[in-house]
Design a protein around this ligand. Structure first.
Ligand code: 0GY
Length: 291
């Protein structure tokens, strides 16, 4: 399969928003290089290579101190590229892996040593084949004693069906990209209200407020239609939100965002220095660098 998505922005602008000292880009990826770390045979898309060195250079350019690198579906349950990036980060990256039920305790411990602190369950149908819930429950109970959390990725229309599963997970749970709301619907409407209710009723559930470029219908550079959704979450649950660039923006077909402008977007969803510090420093540090 040839690369079938846009190449990441070659020359992002320098953000005008200076992130607070110690800021964490809490959702980003490394891909390949394929010659060293091949993509998964069962993948639904093929990304362009995006190396750890390119990620760390972007981190420095944007003013961040640390990264949380998240396993994407194109690498399946082969976490070698992720682990390689973690062990070469000088302690400045943590990871979220994807594991199968066959993973051994020794493999889990080795990943923990390398800096993995969570596992990701993906429910987005265009990205993965179905995994039975009992398999995921089993994995969640295996990783819980390590102090890991579960990252879940799903689309808003699927939340009613997934509610019981999500709300009975035994760990901290982090939702990717606000549960992908349909931002053409009202921020006060029933669909987003259900998502807010899940966070209100379950203090172990957090949300990433990342990826306006995936959710927006009004488009770049300001992604105005996503702002009210993200801002609502940041202001209602300021101690349970995370933000990340999503570099190198896998599987994005519409446009390739300028990562510098994405950083500028943060000050529109976290509008005070206190909220910015929680979002970019305190919350990710508590979740990923507690030890
Ligand atoms: C993201 C979003 C996407 C892809 C993946 O694991 C993945 O392949 O998460 C997407 O296509 O929406 O968070 O990187």
């Amino acid at each position: 399969m040839d690369p079938d998505w846009l190449v990441f922005h070659p020359n992002p602008s320098r953000p005008s928003f200076r992130v607070p000292a110690g800021a964490v880009d809490a959702h980003c990826h490394v891909f390949g290089p394929a010659a060293q770390f091949p993509y998964a045979p069962e993948r639904k898309y093929t990304p362009c290579d995006a190396s750890k060195d390119q990620l760390f250079a972007l981190r420095d350019f944007l003013g961040f101190e640390r990264n949380v690198i998240v396993q994407a579906t194109c690498h399946g349950t082969d976490n070698r590229a992720l682990v390689d990036a973690l062990v070469h980060s000088g302690g400045r990256a943590r990871g979220v892996a994807t594991v199968s039920r066959d993973v051994t305790d020794a493999e889990l411990h080795a990943m923990h040593e390398a800096g993995v602190r969570g596992t990701r369950f993906n429910f987005v149908r265009r990205l993965v084949d179905f995994t039975p819930r009992e398999v995921l429950t089993e994995i969640a109970h295996r990783i819980a004693p390590l102090g890991w959390h579960v990252v879940i990725y799903f689309e808003a229309q699927d939340l009613p069906e997934l509610w019981d599963f999500f709300t009975t997970l035994p760990t901290t749970v982090v939702v990717d990209h606000m549960g992908r709301p349909d931002v053409s619907k009202p921020v006060d409407g029933p669909e987003f209200a259900l998502f807010l209710r899940m966070l209100a009723e379950h203090p172990n559930i957090w949300s990433k407020v990342s990826c306006p470029e995936r959710l927006s219908k009004s488009g770049p550079p300001r992604y105005d239609d996503v702002v009210p959704f993200a801002r609502r979450i940041v202001e209602t649950f300021p101690d349970r939100v995370l933000w990340g660039t999503d570099w190198p923006h896998p599987n994005l077909k519409s446009h390739m965002p300028d990562d510098g402008l994405l950083v500028d977007y943060v000050q529109r969803i976290a509008v005070t220095p206190g909220l910015q510090r929680k979002l970019l420093v305190d919350n990710p540090m508590r979740l990923y660098w507690a030890d």
